[in-house]
Design a binder for this molecule. Structure first.
Ligand SMILES: Nc1ncnc2c1ncn2[C@@H]1O[C@H](COP(=O)(O)OP(=O)(O)O)[C@@H](O)[C@H]1O
Ligand SMILES: [Mg+2]
Length: 193
């Protein structure tokens, strides 16, 4: 199992930011409990900590060698299932957030930066949600270009060449949340992508 725990971070962050990030991730994992390719929420310890199923494998960042054939098609299906349940990830360009499980299947972790679809019929919120979903799809293609360029199809190349209007905003948001959690949870230095 994996435990995300803010209880030992700086007092101010623990009080103000930790519960927000934990609530986001817990909310997303609950909505995604039936999605193959997203680890299960095992237990909610308190407002500062959750326990998540551990996926045996390696993140794209840590794995060396080629990814299994069809990996990115299956990853795109996981992302589609995540969007269908009203969740966008917003930090999929980080190769640390995609895991190649030991059986070769893709898993997505780290929903701290996620954006949820609004409940009501709010055109602006729904518009934003669609932009974030498009940014996720784009991020999958960027990872594919980096880790399996030979698998890119002509339509992928075309899509990669088409700018996504709010991608930079979604990306900056994802990086900010990632660096914040890293600063709070670990002693590692923040990164840029
Ligand atoms: N459920 C999980 N199973 C296996 N490894 C995980 C899991 N969740 C996170 N990890 C590993 O821990 C790393 C950091 O976790 P993550 O949730 O992405 O936090 P952050 O990006 O804020 O450091 C990931 O890149 C991944 O390698
Ligand atoms: Mg991460």
């Amino acid at each position: 199992m994996v435990v995300k725990d803010f209880r030992r971070s700086d007092p101010l962050f623990r009080l103000l930011i930790g519960p927000i990030l934990i609530r986001r991730e817990r909310g997303a994992l609950k909505k995604l409990s039936d999605v193959e390719g997203v680890p299960h929420l095992v237990e909610s310890i308190n407002r500062y900590a959750i326990v998540i199923e551990h996926i045996d494998g390696k993140s794209l960042r840590d794995s060396c060698g080629p990814v299994p054939e069809g990996f990115f098609d299956r990853l795109a299906e996981v992302v589609r299932a995540v969007h269908e349940r009203g969740v966008t990830h917003c930090d999929l360009r980080s190769s640390g957030n995609v895991i190649v499980a030991n059986d070769g299947s893709p898993y997505i972790v780290d929903f701290a930066a996620c954006v949820l679809q609004g409940r009501g019929w709010n055109p602006f919120i729904n518009f934003l949600f669609r932009q974030f979903a498009a940014a996720d799809d784009h991020a999958v293609l960027i990872l594919k270009r980096k880790h399996a360029p030979e698998a890119l199809r002509p339509e992928d190349v075309e899509q990669l060449a088409t700018p996504i209007p709010y991608e930079q905003f979604a990306r900056s948001f994802g990086i900010a949340v990632r660096n914040l959690t890293r600063r709070l949870l670990t002693r590692a230095r923040p990164d840029k992508g």
